[in-house]
Design a binder for this molecule. Sequence first.
Ligand code: PLP
Length: 417
Amino acid sequence: MVVESAEVLRDFPDAATLRRDFPALTQSVHGHPLAYLDNAATTQKPEAVIRAEGEYYRRDNANVHRGVHTLSERATAEFEAARAAVARFIGAAEADEIVFTRGTTEAINLAANAWGGANLGAGDEILITELEHHSNIVPWQLIAARSGAKLVVAPIDEDGNVPLEDFSERLNSRTRIAAFGHVSNALGSVNPVAEMTRLAHAAGALVLVDGAQAVGHLPVDVGGIDCDFYAFSGHKMYATMGIGGLYIRAGIAADMPPWQGGGEMIRSVSFENTLYAEPPHRFEAGTPNVAGAVGLKAAIAYLDNLGMARLAAGEDETLEYALEQLRSVQGLNLVGRPAERVGAISFTIDGIHPHDLGTLLDHAGVAIRTGHHCAQPVMEHYHIPATARASLGLYSTTGEIDQLVAALNEARKVFSP
Ligand code: PLP
């Protein structure tokens, strides 16, 4: 749905070829080839990322920004090169607009605490949507409780879209920030983030976009979206766990106080008066995950080499195939029919609890996720406790979808022989 053109995909390696770059995908599970369809939870890692982190530890490992010795200088150069790579990858104007964090959760907590802590007060409003992951709900609830601000929620419709008129209606002169996902992890809905940003800005609010489910699937351009904050996780874009970031538009970070104190984030410390470093270092207290940043840079190089637009087009074909095949399974109910979808498909099967389904599928070598996907309000919206969710990555094949569908049909036989 994102880019539809055979032309775009000319010479693009097929998923079966790309799989060879990912060592974890070559294994069998319970005697079956692994069909890894849990990419919304985390993606597998290409050899290039694993190698980059290994080489970093074998050769360059040192603490950053503190040493004058060669290894420290090398580690610092690699860390800062990773920052520049991230900035370019997501369309930020400057490397210093990127703060490294452990991932999306920490990035949103940073924004809520550092920006929210300084700028929210009684009577102010924070607008989110019903589609959000808990990571884009709870940090705002915490800062709302502390500041006296009010959390306002824009609803989703039956298809799992955020209607713009409902979103717009909830914006007013009290709205200080609107925080919404780029892509829903529960339903795969793609939000019209540029339009939502425009509406929020017109009301005088800042915008945070939760990009956790977008960065590995779509070309992201924070400049084009025009958002003020963009949060993401490396492990959802083929890098390792424990690294991610927050884009903060230039100019906004300068007025934000730190949210964690410690080493790295200061200019000078005395008992009388501590001065803070400039952003982004002001928000990076303590020793960072340098190896993770090195791996993230390698993941970006891998994705750049494929081209995000082509990758999106390839994945979209597999997604369409998956939707078509899943519709053929008797008793299967797709949850949500978003106008634009990326990555994830949620469903239930009549008479089978999603958790039982997940276990049966695992025995057939198929890894999917079952549960509320850290999006309980979405489950509540559909009056269900949980769904089964199949989610794709750049290496997902139609063969894996066939394996999923065959396993679903077998599971149905177990429950209604
Ligand atoms: N936001 C969305 C939409 C997600 O899907 C996730 C993780 O699944 C997160 C936030 C949290 O990401 P992390 O656990 O990497 O911090």
